[in-house]
Ligand binder design. Structure first.
Ligand code: BGC
Length: 765
């Protein structure tokens, strides 16, 4: 009785709180509406269109050919709504001063930036972070980035990038969370929560901008900016959920993508930006284009600048990034009845609302406090977090004879072009990070190993010997530096060094700008210069630990044979050397698991674990004629989604289901025992996959539906619980309705998508 009473009481309290919350939101909305309406009542048409104009005065990374000119005059005239690429609290204050002292209505500017994996303190690239599968930690990384960026004057970040990608040739996989929709959606929400904090308008919160809406990760042939084309059912099921998750988490803005969808570029796609985003999903924030995406629709073949600008506005775009199509053509289009005043007003209102939510009308210098900047920017706690995040992003792909962790004694030969390098540690899209503040692997190893270890270093090879390739990669600075010594001299030095050591650690892979925007590759192996180095080191017979830096999955079939141990570390940011050393020497036991499949060769791409069975699946065993397979390579990847080793081992046993049949509203409790059977404390990411055996549309052979990261001491056990509910059994049918159909489901618990340890079936009635 007492129990019921307490439950009732807490339900009533919850109800009261939620009603209070709603009432408060309504009053805030009402206040905002009144304020914005009053302001818009004073605005001229030109000033309204000015709010839709986002410029960059340069200084950041310019990804298009255009840089805004005459920015100061334009701000003073009220022709600019926001700026990006202005870095530093003083510069931002100065620009804001122009807007609020010189422009007629003193409307503050919004200041954005590409804060993608940290701000000035750089964290691991998003693909790396996703391999931690650690949602609280990922949220924390975004919180820290928000704290640092907002302290330095910014209030808007172009993140999270949530584009699902199944093609590692596409360089921008580095910026996303891999191939899986379920995990990608969870990470999208975690990042939005991290950036936006308790509430927009708090001084340490920034507005998130989910991008690139939509389907940007499905570019044909992995070539950046290329066409995408897919069925609605595939869109709804696999590609759209992470954007929706970010929006449901409250993301204040959305960035359109460069690609077309159903033959219409995203930036002019009314179905996408209005019907789906606003009407179906209820998005209330504002939509900004990607860099000159409106202008690029001329090249897509949609008409001249006036036409494409009108199309973008009518589709639902509110802010035009850099291209100035809106400011130069919308007045004319209005005169010619090609756009309506309501459309201009709606866009202007949404931009002003964003500024209102960020508290900029209350105090335009809200994020411009020099003392806070000094305290927060590059603070010690953020460096420490970078180190922890780095260690947790590493994925151990191979570890024969328990070569890792390394002993803190003896002699280690540390070789490779990325072993003593600062310029490549940050990874792509670290626009505000200073590479010179990075810790190279050599320094980190010396520091972590202590005086008991003799570490000898040799470069061994250039990242690439190809000067024309290096030129293309080096557009933002020298990432590939070609040594004055010949490749033969470098190799000889490495072999002499290796001869003196007990173990060889080779740090190899991509230069940081070999992945990222406009960094597609048709061959995703490590460059030949480094392959030669590894082959020669393998010949020495010494244990060979290969540390791989890359912004994408690589093809590693040969390297996997040559190496004794393989550790994928991605690009880790400022603390790279320390974090990698923590893992190599066992101060941290690696727990990361891949979020993208590593193909055996490029011909297998696109490759992903949640494929469909086909009518002629290849059975286990040798290749069979008239089956879905290749003559020259297996179907499965070299390293599958969800894969990653630990210095310890885990045993999965005793799977039980609370019921084997459920009806619609009921749930099943799934339980099993997980034991750490090795000698090290460690974390295991346990994964729950489902397969719908029979449905009205074809279903994948397995789909991730839940996971947990469990920490166990040696010998320790824990019972792990999952709940199966109707949501986990649902999918989009051919009418695009989200349904769960009765029938049998396979439930699989695994250490990776290919390493299923426990299996059961159940039925939905
Ligand atoms: C990229 C975006 C980025 C924008 C602004 C574009 O080229 O596609 O991801 O946010 O530039 O820098």
């Amino acid at each position: 009785m007492k129990h019921t009473h307490t439950l009732l009481k807490s339900a009533l309290v919850a109800l009261a709180l939620s009603v209070a919350g709603q009432v408060q939101a309504q009053t805030t909305d009402a206040k905002m509406n009144t304020f914005v309406s009053a302001l818009m009542g004073k605005m001229t048409l030109e000033e309204k269109i000015g709010q839709l104009n986002l410029l960059t005065p340069g200084g950041g990374v310019l990804t298009g050919s255009v840089v805004s000119s005459d920015v100061e005059a334009k701000i003073s005239k009220g022709n600019v709504g926001g700026l990006f690429g202005v870095i530093g609290v003083e510069k931002i204050r100065q620009a804001q001063e122009l807007a609020v002292t010189k422009s007629r209505l003193k409307i503050p500017l919004i200041f954005g930036s590409d804060v993608i994996h940290g701000y000035k303190t750089t964290f691991p690239i998003p693909l790396g972070l996703s391999c931690s599968w650690d949602l609280p930690l990922i949220e924390h990384s975004a919180r820290l980035a928000a704290t640092e960026a907002s302290a330095d004057g910014l209030c808007w970040v172009y993140s999270p990038m949530v584009d699902i990608a199944r093609d590692p040739r596409w360089g921008r996989v580095a910026e996303g969370s891999g191939e899986d929709t379920y995990l990608g959606s969870k990470i999208a929400a975690a990042m939005v929560h991290g950036y936006q904090g308790n509430r927009l308008g708090d001084k340490n919160s920034v507005m998130a901008c989910v991008k690139h809406f939509a389907l940007y990760g499905a570019a044909e042939a992995g070539r950046d900016y290329n066409t995408t084309d897919m069925s609605r059912i595939k869109m709804y099921e696999y590609y759209l959920p992470p954007y929706k998750a970010a929006i449901d988490a409250g993301a204040g803005s959305v960035m359109t993508s460069f690609n077309e969808i159903d033959g219409i570029p995203a930036t002019a796609n009314k179905w996408l930006l209005t019907d789906l985003l606003r009407k179906q999903w209820g998005f209330k924030g504002f939509v900004v284009t990607d860099y000159t995406a409106i202008n690029e629709m001329m090249a897509h073949g949609l008409g001249n600048l006036q036409t494409v600008s009108a199309l973008a506005l009518k589709a639902g775009v509110d802010m035009d990034m850099v291209g100035e199509g809106f400011v130069t053509t919308l007045q004319q289009s209005l005169k010619e009845h090609k756009v309506t005043l309501t459309e201009i007003n709606d866009a202007c209102r949404r931009v002003l609302e964003a500024k209102y939510k960020l508290g900029l009308f209350e105090d335009p210098y809200r994020y411009c406090n020099t003392a806070t900047a000094t305290k927060e920017v590059l603070s010690a706690d953020k460096r420490q977090a970078a180190r922890e995040l780095g260690a947790r992003s590493c994925v151990l792909l191979k570890n024969d004879r328990q070569t890792l962790p390394l002993k803190k004694s003896g002699t280690i030969a540390l070789v490779g072009p990325l072993a003593n390098n600062k310029s490549n540690m940050l990874g792509t899209w670290a626009v505000s990070g200073d590479a010179q503040l990075s810790v190279p692997v050599l320094d980190g190893m010396k520091q972590v190993a202590g005086s008991g270890v003799n570490i000898l270093y040799a470069k061994g090879a250039n990242i690439s010997d190809d000067t024309s390739f290096a030129k293309k990669v080096n557009v933002f600075g020298e990432r590939i530096d070609i040594d004055t010594r010949t490749p033969e001299q470098l190799l000889t030095e490495a072999l002499t060094t290796a001869a003196k050591a007990d173990v060889v650690v080779a740090v190899v892979g991509e230069a940081s700008e070999m992945s990222g925007e406009a960094a597609s590759r048709s061959d995703i192996g490590i460059p030949e210069s480094q392959r030669k180095l590894l082959a020669a080191l393998a010949q020495t017979g010494k244990p060979l630990v290969v540390v791989l830096m890359s912004g994408r999955p690589l093809t590693l079939t040969t390297e996997n044979e040559q190496a004794t141990s393989l550790l994928e570390v991605w690009f880790q940011g400022h603390e790279a050397g320390n974090a990698i050393a923590d893992v190599l020497f066992g101060n941290y036991n690696p727990s990361g698991k891949l979020t993208m499949s590593f193909p055996r060769n490029v011909g297998q791409i696109p490759i992903y674990y949640n494929y469909k069975n086909t009518g002629r699946p290849q059975p286990e065993g040798p290749t069979q004629k008239f089956r879905s397979n290749y003559l020259d390579v297996a179907n499965d990847p070299l390293f599958p989604f969800g894969y990653g080793l630990s210095y310890t081992t885990f045993k999965y046993e005793g799977l039980t289901l609370s019921a084997n049949k459920i009806s619609g509203g009921k749930t099943i409790d799934v339980a099993f025992k997980l034991t750490n059977t090795g000698a090290y404390a460690g974390e295991e990411i346990v994964q729950l996959y489902l397969r719908d055996q029979e449905a009205s549309v074809t279903r994948p052979v397995k789909e991730l539906k839940d996971f947990q990261k469990i920490k166990l001491q040696p010998g320790e056990s824990k019972t792990v619980h999952f709940t199966i509910d109707k949501e986990k059994l649902s999918f989009f049918n051919s009418q695009l309705q989200w349904v769960a159909e009765p029938g049998t489901f396979d439930l699989m618990i695994g250490a990776s998508s290919a390493d299923i340890r426990l299996k059961e079936t159940f039925e939905l009635l």
